[in-house]
Design a protein around this ligand. Structure first.
Ligand SMILES: NC(=O)c1ccc[n+]([C@@H]2O[C@H](COP(=O)([O-])OP(=O)(O)OC[C@H]3O[C@@H](n4cnc5c(N)ncnc54)[C@H](O)[C@@H]3O)[C@@H](O)[C@H]2O)c1
Ligand SMILES: O=c1ccn([C@@H]2O[C@H](COP(=O)(O)OP(=O)(O)O[C@H]3O[C@H](CO)[C@@H](O)[C@H](O)[C@H]3O)[C@@H](O)[C@H]2O)c(=O)[nH]1
Length: 442
């Protein structure tokens, strides 16, 4: 089929490339000229495993193209997928302005019957509004219908998650729309769950918020573990054997970040409030996460008399490994606090440094300074304190002994529970992590 995709971020670009890979003719549209030029040159504007290879393969085969010319892309498309952002507004609600812009552009350009598929995460009822909006502004006498097809990929594994998705959710209001989506996904050979549009929109939020809740629950239990001298890693392991609980997303740490969990929990909380309902579980997940993110910093404050002039090694800036994305990363909560306290920060991240530098330029920031380094060793050498924010392999491969060899004071605050407490203590490191008591400190 002839498919257009609006937005070439994590969702739009990966969906477009995978549709091309599965035999469709795809045109990816973005308003960002630089992104489009990069993609035409075979370069992915986002850091994702396997993406560039598939982009090049399909571009050379002529099954995918990139453009800023939405008119050409939309006018004779059989289906248009919308994958633009729905960021958080200051009140927690989802900003639908990008969706509205694309909807208007579609209404004014489509010249043949067309299925419009909303892949972006949108509040329940948005698809209805998009349909009405497009019909209100439709220029040509054609049939348009809206379907919901939320996306479940995770960053860092986006291509794999799309080609091997656990399920494809299609939310439609007619047999025509359903048949069309079934045809689009025919070659993916994946389980398809067909529901109403509103249920599909809810499945996305309910899934993300459940995972966020699971993480916050484990973080809450982890904090209690520290008080009662239990070990959260052992607790999670013991829980994971129960199939009803499952082994995934039980990892306690420095709180969830990323472009989705933080905003989607707040958006559902906001939506519930709008209907006069208090979504207490999700609210609790949000509250726990907020405190979790700076818990280690405040623990360090209890231990230190000052950060002024001290060398603080920061290992990991991105919200998770496998991505250069900094959205809602714990580093963004903690580094400003350390700078305010006067620390001399030496930050290492294998791919996130350039993005971080645009927000915090090298040199003096607030009362402190920040220096970006190329290796963990440069960050750790002569350091007085170390914070681990991301569990990159390059960071996991630092041995406990190296901390005590390289640092002036081997004092480590690990937000990802990378090491065994006993290994760190044996190596002479004062080690603070999440949900596990440092046996050397009472
Ligand atoms: N990032 C993820 O892992 C992920 C996973 C599942 C769902 N989602 C949801 O998918 C949506 C998109 O997320 P993302 O992370 O891919 O966003 P993103 O910010 O990475 O990309 C959005 C893209 O849309 C482009 N754009 C804006 N207006 C446009 C227009 N009028 N026409 C064409 N392009 C336009 C932007 O230039 C940008 O390149 C959000 O609703 C998000 O919640 C994201
Ligand atoms: O046990 C865990 C698992 C994850 N995290 C953290 O949770 C955040 C999100 O991680 P992850 O879910 O792996 O990454 P995302 O790319 O944000 O993907 C989530 O958000 C996407 C956007 O909606 C969804 O499509 C995905 O299904 C969903 O996993 C990160 O900060 C992780 O460090 C934990 O703290 N403990």
């Amino acid at each position: 089929m002839n498919i257009a995709v609006a937005g070439t971020g994590y969702v739009g670009l990966v969906a477009g490339v995978c549709f091309a890979e599965k035999g469709h003719k795809v045109t990816c549209v973005d308003v960002d000229v630089n992104k489009v030029e990069l993609m035409k040159a075979g370069i992915s504007p986002i850091y994702e495993t396997d993406l560039e290879e598939l982009m090049r393969k399909n571009y050379e085969a002529g099954t995918i193209e990139y453009t800023t010319n939405y008119i050409k892309a939309y006018e004779y498309a059989d289906a248009i997928f919308i994958g633009v952002g729905t960021p958080e507004r200051t009140d927690g609600s989802a900003d639908l302005s990008y969706i509205a812009t694309v909807a208007r552009q579609i209404a004014e350009t489509v010249r043949q019957d067309c299925l419009i598929v909303v892949k972006s995460t949108v509040p329940i009822g948005t698809n209805d509004k998009v349909e009405q909006f497009i019909k209100d502004f439709l220029v040509h006498d054609v049939k348009v219908e809206i379907a919901s097809n939320p996306e479940f990929l995770a960053q860092g594994t986006a291509v794999h998650d799309t080609l091997h998705a656990s399920r494809i959710i299609i939310g439609t209001e007619s047999e025509w729309a359903k048949e069309c989506l079934l045809r689009i996904y025919q070659n993916f050979n994946l389980p398809i769950v067909s529901v109403s549009r509103r249920s599909a929109e809810m499945i996305k939020y309910a899934s993300n918020d459940f995972l966020a809740l699971k993480i916050s629950y484990m973080n809450d239990i982890a904090n209690l573990c520290e008080l009662v001298d239990a070990d959260i890693e052992d607790v999670a392991k013991g829980m994971s054997f129960d199939d009803r609980i499952g082994g995934m997303f039980l990892k306690a740490g420095i709180g969830y970040g990323g472009s989705c969990f933080p905003k989607d929990t707040k958006a559902l909380k906001y939506l519930a409030q709008k209907y006069g309902y208090q979504l207490k579980t999700v609210e609790a997940a949000v509250d726990v996460n907020k405190e979790q993110k700076t818990r280690l910093f405040y623990k360090a404050c209890d231990r230190m008399i000052t950060f002024k002039g001290l060398k603080a090694a920061i290992l990991g800036l991105t919200f998770k490994p496998g991505t250069d994305d900094l959205r809602e990363a714990p580093s963004l909560d903690n580094i400003p606090l350390l700078l305010e306290a006067g620390a001399a920060i030496y930050a290492y991240d294998p791919v996130g440094t350039e993005n971080f530098r645009t927000r915090y330029p090298e040199g003096k920031n607030d009362n402190g300074t920040i220096t970006y380094v190329h290796t963990p060793k440069e960050a750790l050498e002569s350091a007085n304190i170390c914070f681990i924010f991301t569990e990159w392999n390059q960071i996991k491969s630092i041995t406990p002994k190296e901390y005590s060899l390289w640092m002036q004071t081997p004092l480590v605050y690990d937000g990802r529970n990378i090491y065994k407490v006993s290994d760190m203590n044996q190596a002479g490191v004062e080690y603070h992590s999440i949900g596990r008591r440092n046996k050397n400190i009472h």
